[in-house]
Write a protein that binds this ligand. Structure first.
Ligand code: SAM
Length: 220
């Protein structure tokens, strides 16, 4: 029965994604959020935790991981972790393998391809796998955003919930946005897709710019 439900979910969901999709989120991460974090303004515990809650086949969280690997290399006094989830077992299996074709990694750029991917040989010719030292920083698990409880004991500084909400009705969107806000620290950020908007639904966030919302409150 479980497998049948998975097939139905996969058939009706759009899993389309790509590396560094909606690049303004990644620029904001680099320019703004990490500056705040390194100055101790995003919680004082030196561990930056991010949840990619509709991660599809992994391009989104691996893109975040590449950014964080570069930025944390410059300042070694903080750590980071990315929790990744999706409702589809099939995409999660693919995401945790971290294997992509050449056309799938085109938006990564050559420099990062060299830094973060290993090239397949023999029967894996034409395939590229995210290197183990980056893969091991991400944890993948199945979470339906509408399941009763989420498995988190601590709050995140940033949640990426991009291009999933667009398929939900307004009531479900409102319910989801409130639930996500419960899992962010005060001052934490919610990233949504550029085609999505919280306009017209009651929510606890302040809009920072399109697709980027911040929970009010005092930081760390
Ligand atoms: C279009 S992809 C978005 C991937 C990535 N976030 C991005 O923006 O490129 C939408 C993802 O949302 C997932 N999804 C749909 N409904 C969901 C739910 N109720 N709980 C968790 N994930 C869900 C789908 O399985 C799919 O992988």
């Amino acid at each position: 029965m479980g497998r049948e439900i998975d097939y139905v979910i996969d058939a009706i969901s759009t899993n389309h994604t790509f590396f560094f999709r909606e690049s303004s989120h990644f620029r904001f991460l680099e320019e703004q959020i990490l500056g705040e974090f390194s100055m101790g303004q995003l919680g004082g515990n030196r561990l930056l935790t991010i949840w990619s809650c509709a991660c599809s086949t992994g391009e989104e969280p691996y893109s975040i991981a590449m950014n964080l690997a570069e930025l944390s290399a410059e300042s070694r006094d903080w750590q980071w972790r990315i929790e990744c989830s999706d409702v589809s077992s099939q995409v999660l299996e693919s995401a945790s393998k971290g294997v992509y074709t050449h056309s799938q990694i085109q938006s990564v750029g050559n420099k990062r391809i060299h830094m973060y991917f290993e090239k397949g040989h023999g029967q894996n010719e034409g395939l590229y796998r995210i290197q183990a030292n980056l893969r091991k920083r991400l944890r993948f698990q199945k979470i339906n955003l509408f399941q009763e409880d989420y498995p988190w004991s601590r709050k995140f500084q940033i949640i990426f919930c991009r291009n999933a909400m667009i398929y939900f009705d307004r009531v479900s969107q409102k319910q989801l946005v409130h639930r996500l806000s419960d899992h962010l620290i005060p001052g934490g950020y919610l990233m949504i897709g550029h085609a999505e908007s919280l306009t017209g639904i009651a929510h606890p966030f302040q809009m920072v710019r399109p697709g980027i919302y911040r929970l009010p409150g005092n930081l760390g």
